[in-house]
Design a protein around this ligand. Structure first.
Ligand SMILES: CC(C)(COP(=O)(O)OP(=O)(O)OC[C@H]1O[C@@H](n2cnc3c(N)ncnc32)[C@H](O)[C@@H]1OP(=O)(O)O)[C@@H](O)C(=O)NCCC(=O)NCCS
Length: 188
């Protein structure tokens, strides 16, 4: 299998529904929610190569605009809101994951990663597992052959989400992002 062969165009519906959640695209009015989410260290501490909290609400507006513009048939960014009230509780995403390497920007690995960021006020209710499981099942059913997830070794909550949505733990890996992480994968 070549490095590129796991990247196939996706047709994820704009909205997806589970028992308790609606997954829908980001809207500019979600910027306040994005700031409330990413300005918290308990959320930011496990995100990105150099974790940092967001400190400027303008960054949240730029982020939402960027996610909306980035969306294409290889990338999918969805807000998870409570079906009953419309309150946003988190976000799930699928996107090409960069391979480790010497040059910046890092080149695509040929794999797609799934991720999830939920508001601490809503942790522990199974929302991350419900939203991520729905997105993962949809992508695999749609023809994506393989999806990976990487977590920092200390991120046990996220590792539980991986297990709950049927991803296999492949041990530690430094194949992506130039960072050693716990690697999980699920094949169609
Ligand atoms: C990871 C995260 C999305 C989990 O959200 P959640 O809605 O609480 O997840 P769920 O309710 O679906 O629970 C998943 C599992 O994690 C466990 N869990 C939740 N919070 C936990 C914590 N602080 N420590 C350890 N386990 C935790 C739950 O008990 C559950 O495990 P179980 O099946 O054994 O009961 C949330 O903690 C988060 O957004 N963290 C910050 C961002 C982040 O780390 N994203 C992932 C980057 S790889």
């Amino acid at each position: 299998m070549t490095a590129e062969s796991n990247l196939v165009p996706m047709r994820i519906p704009e909205t997806l529904s589970s028992d308790r959640l609606l997954l829908r695209p980001w809207r500019l009015e979600d910027a306040a929610f994005a700031f409330d989410l990413y300005s918290r260290w308990e959320v930011a501490r496990f995100l990105g190569r150099t974790p940092a909290v967001m400190t400027d609400p303008a960054d949240a507006r730029r982020l939402v605009a960027r996610l909306t513009a980035l969306e294409d048939d290889l990338r999918c960014f969805r807000v998870a809101e409570l079906a009953a009230s419309g309150e946003p509780v988190g976000t799930v995403m699928l996107q090409p994951i960069p391979a480790s390497g010497p040059s910046e920007p890092l080149r695509p690995s040929g794999d797609t990663e799934i991720g999830w960021h939920f508001h601490p006020g809503h942790w522990g209710h199974g929302y991350a597992s419900e939203a991520a499981g729905l997105l993962l099942d949809t992508a695999l059913a749609d023809g994506l052959p393989r999806v990976v997830a990487v977590t920092y070794p200390g991120n046990t909550a996220s590792q539980r989400v991986c297990e709950r949505i049927g991803m296999r733990h492949l041990g530690q890996s430094d194949a992506y992002y130039n960072v050693r992480m716990e690697l999980f994968a699920r094949e169609a």
